[in-house]
Ligand binder design. Structure first.
Ligand SMILES: [Fe+2]
Length: 259
């Protein structure tokens, strides 16, 4: 039986040194200039805030109000999605880390190292670390001033890879619709090329997992769990996907692409 106080102290010490909360809005904006990898690392330094050292991971601030994405994504869905679902991933991630042996706790210093060693962790860490990262990224990839067309080098890469933005939209929507059950649709960069795909549950393309799966550096993410759209769209996932195009933060996506 582990000593809870020792474990708590270890987590606190680790937190003070580097352990990761992730992607507070202002941090993410700054970190977008770097790589996704350093994005994860950069955020870990913010844990020195005294308010965050009790738990290794904390819920980041939503970068806009819960009604800001209306009418495309409704306020009630945003409130529940952010304050209940995302919070639960954070809470349960911290609980799951608290049950690990010393070696795995050391690998838990950041989401980056968790994802690198993902296959060694229990499902509770995989599901909740993924849930925490995916939702944090998702909030940043949405904006009340979003929508329209991608810009700059990302726009050029999309046109070059898919022929047109409309064809890209069609293929991304198709991947979103075909993800059976709960999961995420992604646009990633893999080996220098844009790739559209999806992952199940809270898995993401940064995770090192055995077997086949989407791998790459995330550029765009869409949550296709029913909790993301059921209140407004009920079973009509296609309507929710159509709304997504109106609130995409293409500046954030392009910054990820250029990183
Ligand atoms: Fe979600």
């Amino acid at each position: 039986m582990k000593n809870n106080n020792s474990r708590r102290n270890f987590l606190k010490q680790t937190a003070i040194l580097s352990t990761g909360t992730i992607l507070a809005s202002s941090v993410l904006q700054g970190a977008f200039a770097n790589t996704t990898s350093s994005l994860l690392e950069d955020v870990t330094h913010k844990i020195e805030d005294k308010n965050t050292i009790e738990g290794a991971f904390v819920l980041p601030k939503l970068p806009y109000s819960t009604d800001a994405l209306e009418p495309h994504i409704d306020k009630t869905t945003m409130e529940i999605h952010y304050s209940k679902h995302h919070q639960a991933y954070v809470t349960n991630l911290n609980k799951a880390i608290g049950t690990l042996d010393k070696k795995l706790i050391e690998y838990s210093n950041s989401l980056e190292t968790i994802f690198e060693k993902m296959s060694q962790f229990p499902d509770a860490v995989r599901n909740n670390a993924g849930g925490h990262y995916n939702h944090t990224l998702f909030w940043e990839l949405l904006s009340p001033a979003g929508g329209g067309l991608p810009k700059g080098k990302l726009a050029e890469a999309i046109t070059s890879s898919y022929g047109s933005f409309d064809e890209f939209k069609k293929q991304f929507a198709d991947a979103s619709m075909k993800r059976f059950g709960s999961g995420w649709a992604w646009l990633v960069v893999k080996d220098g090329k844009l790739v559209i795909g999806s992952t199940a549950n809270q898995d993401n393309p940064l995770m090192s997992l055995r077997g086949k799966g989407l791998k790459g550096r995330p550029i765009l993410a869409l949550d296709v769990w029913e909790h993301a759209y059921y209140l407004k769209n009920q079973n009509r996932r296609a309507d929710y996907i159509a709304s997504f195009w109106n609130v995409i933060n293409w500046d954030a996506a392009e910054a990820l692409f250029n990183s």
